[in-house]
Design a protein around this ligand. Structure first.
Ligand SMILES: C[S@@+](CC[C@H](N)C(=O)[O-])C[C@H]1O[C@@H](n2cnc3c(N)ncnc32)[C@H](O)[C@@H]1O
Length: 223
């Protein structure tokens, strides 16, 4: 068991594709799919989100920095895109736990260095992680956050709506919608009816698309 800075306890677990995830006993919830953390993130955020954006210069907002997996995969898969990546997190991990995380069974050296850069970068400061990739790890509560930037792509990766319904509320989605650029995309692993209807209500055009392994559908929303 590991204690986060906030006092929350988490367990390090291996998911089915050989990438780590975390389990929060207090919520009875994992950070990722137990059928494959990396596989899920690649499908939901990279293939269904990042790869759908044509612009070469983009700003991304992530809800829930967590382990930094989505940041790592974005940095590795952005091709020739210049990315400014903002990731909000209320409960940062501690450095001991960060050093234990493995996101592939045989992580290569470039990936290891990049992952270390992501975790070593300071909170609440825009930092260049690699040429053309800057990161803002923003320690804040989504429920009271004011977005001062505008975004082309949003990775909505909160804990599940049954576990943390307040993160999936109309007011949260409206704030995000208002902070997005024309043509922007939001993706999330949840395909729950109530989530889809709330997203539509705030103004998004919502598609149900095939989900990652063991999940029939997920949602992709456009402005
Ligand atoms: C599903 S996990 C995110 C996994 C993460 N994207 C990754 O790649 O590892 C949900 C995250 O939301 C964070 N969180 C929970 N409540 C929050 C809040 N009110 N504001 C910001 N982040 C919050 C959790 O601490 C957790 O890291």
């Amino acid at each position: 068991m590991h204690k986060l800075k906030s006092g929350r306890e988490v367990e390090l677990k291996m998911s089915d594709d050989g990438s780590h995830t975390l389990f929060v006993p207090e919520l009875n919830e994992h950070y990722h799919s137990v059928y494959g953390a990396r596989t899920e993130s690649m499908h939901v955020f990279i293939e269904s989100g990042l790869n759908q954006i044509r612009a070469k210069n983009i700003r991304i907002l992530e809800i829930g920095f967590g382990t930094g997996l989505n940041v790592l995969l974005t940095a590795l898969n952005r091709n020739d895109k210049t990315v400014e990546y903002h990731s909000i997190e209320k409960y940062p991990l501690n450095s001991e736990l960060e050093s234990l995380l493995q996101y592939s069974p045989n992580q290569d050296e470039q990936e290891t260095i990049l992952f270390r850069e992501i975790h070593n970068s300071p909170w609440n400061n825009i930092t260049e992680i690699a040429p053309g990739f800057t990161l803002l790890k923003w320690e804040a509560d989504l429920l009271t956050a004011n977005f001062i930037s505008s975004y082309d792509l949003v990775y909505f990766d909160a804990f599940a709506p049954d576990i943390q319904p307040e993160m999936w509320s109309e007011s949260v989605f409206k704030n995000i919608y208002n902070a997005m650029n024309e043509g922007g995309i939001l993706t999330t692993y949840s395909a729950k009816g109530v989530v889809r209807r709330t997203l539509q209500k705030v103004g998004f055009t919502v598609e149900r698309i095939p989900g990652p392994p063991h999940k029939r559908e997920m949602l992709r929303c456009r402005m």
